[in-house]
Each structure stands twice: as structure tokens, then as C-alpha cells.
Design a protein around this ligand. Sequence first.
Ligand SMILES: NC(=O)C1=CN([C@@H]2O[C@H](COP(=O)(O)OP(=O)(O)OC[C@H]3O[C@@H](n4cnc5c(N)ncnc54)[C@H](OP(=O)(O)O)[C@@H]3O)[C@@H](O)[C@H]2O)C=CC1
Ligand SMILES: O=C(O)C1=N[C@H](C(=O)O)C[C@H](O)C1
Length: 239
Amino acid sequence: MRILLLGYGKMGKTIERIAIERGHSIAGKIDVQNRHEMDALAAADVDVAIEFSAPEAAYDNITYCLKRGWPIVSGTTGWLEHRSEIENLCMQQQGAFFYASNYSIGVNLFFRLNRQLARLMKGQAYRTSMTEIHHIHKLDAPSGTAITLAEGIAAENSSQKGWKLAPEEEDGFVQIEAKRLGEVPGTHIVRYESEVDTIEITHTAHTRAGFALGAVISAEWLPGKTGVFGMDDLLEDLD
Ligand SMILES: NC(=O)C1=CN([C@@H]2O[C@H](COP(=O)(O)OP(=O)(O)OC[C@H]3O[C@@H](n4cnc5c(N)ncnc54)[C@H](OP(=O)(O)O)[C@@H]3O)[C@@H](O)[C@H]2O)C=CC1
Ligand SMILES: O=C(O)C1=N[C@H](C(=O)O)C[C@H](O)C1
């Protein structure tokens, strides 16, 4: 497949390496300086686009690809207030849009474990909180993954209404502490605390390769489909 990379930073470069290892070619590497190069590409030059850019850039990048008729896999976090506009555009254009706040297969198993634990903890007297730790270059907080985890807890337990970013806290909201340390690729801890004990589950990414591999597998899966998709659709198909 010819893959267009929108965003050629830490993730774009890791995705390039894994895509080439899996036999794909790179149709273009787009960042802030060379966006005009996309206009020179013919529709047929690109089989699928993979977008890992910046919160303020994702909406325009995804819109551009949908209007060009290119299936698009996006992993950028921090822009999801515009998600429904993108989903509407995707339906209007009869395009293909794939989004995940985290493409790692391990994290997606962790999402399922998180929901299972939330079901068990329903009605129990525990305070729910989360810590996410990322590298100092990260622009958004809390992480997209932490938000997905908090949404998973709220979906399983109606006494949880959402999340608050620490130091803010409120009963019925999962408090998320966002730490920025060195070059940490991504650690997420979900915690339940009572007077007498603490239960924690943790996912620790050792490198970015897990995120990048998941994005490339999603890009291999998406072309030829119409609609809005996420990791559950992919994993169901692979199961
Ligand atoms: N869903 C997932 O599994 C994962 C998601 N992410 C998310 O992916 C995003 C990117 O992460 P990462 O690669 O670490 O970040 P980097 O800052 O390393 O790279 C971002 C790249 O995007 C480019 N960029 C910025 N604006 C635009 C634009 N308008 N058009 C095209 N490119 C643009 C930057 O260009 P320049 O350098 O010129 O500014 C840079 O090359 C973040 O939102 C992060 O949270 C990260 C890991 C996993
Ligand atoms: O910015 C990052 O690096 C990461 N961002 C994603 C997020 O916000 O959840 C996924 C991963 O944790 C790495």
C-alpha cells in the first residue's frame, strides 16, 4: 500500500519504519512546512493516510483527506471536541475514518480489563483515580488514553459521571493526574482506594512501536470500507 504520513514527528517516523518493514511504501511525509505537497498528489497516489500530528492540526488534516477520498487513520489526541463534525463529513463523503486514542493492542486489552474492573467495583466504597505519565513534549493533558479509560468507567458505572484533571476533584468524577517526565512513552494507572486497601491496574508502554504497529495494521484494514471505525471493529475482525 502507498501510505501518506500526515505528521512526521516521533510517531510519523516510527510508523514509517514499521510500514516499510511490512512491505508498504510511503506516498509522502507531511508536516507543517510542506503541506502544499499534498495538493500535488493525485487521488490514486495514496491508498491510505495515517495522521499523527498536533491537536490544532488534526481537524484540518482529516477533513482534507476525507475530501480527497483517502481513507484516513488518525491517532492525534486533544481535538475530539470536533469529532462529531468529522464523523458527519465522513458519512457525507462516503469516506472511511478510523480513530483510536491508543493503537497499542496491549492498551486495547487494558481498556477491556478496565471496564471489567469497573463492573466489579460498582457499588463498592472505593475512590477512583488515575495517573498518566508521558514525556515532557506532550501538548495535551490528560492523555487521550486516560480519557478513554475514564469514559469506560463511566459507561460501566452510572455513579461515575466523567473525569476532572487534578488538582480539580469532585465526587462522582474520576480524578486524573497528568505527569510529564523525561521521555516516558506512556504509562496509565487506574486506581481504586479505600480506607483499608488499594487496587491498581497499570499499562506501561516501553517504546512507541506498539502504537505504530497498531496504526499500520489499522491502515491495512481500512481501505475498501465506508464509515467510522475504531479498534473494537478491527479487533472483532481479527478475533
Ligand atoms: N493514538 C495513539 O496511539 C497515539 C497518539 N499519539 C498522538 O499523536 C500525536 C503526535 O505525536 P508525536 O508524533 O509524538 O508528536 P511530534 O510532536 O513528535 O510530531 C508531530 C508532527 O506533526 C507535525 N505537524 C504539526 N502540525 C501539523 C500540520 N498542520 N500538518 C501536518 N503536520 C503537522 C509536526 O511538524 P513540526 O515538527 O514541523 O511542528 C510534527 O512533525 C499527538 O497528538 C499524540 O498524543 C501519540 C502516540 C500514540
Ligand atoms: O503523546 C503521546 O506520546 C501519546 N499519546 C496518546 C494519548 O494521549 O493517550 C497515546 C500514548 O499514551 C502516547
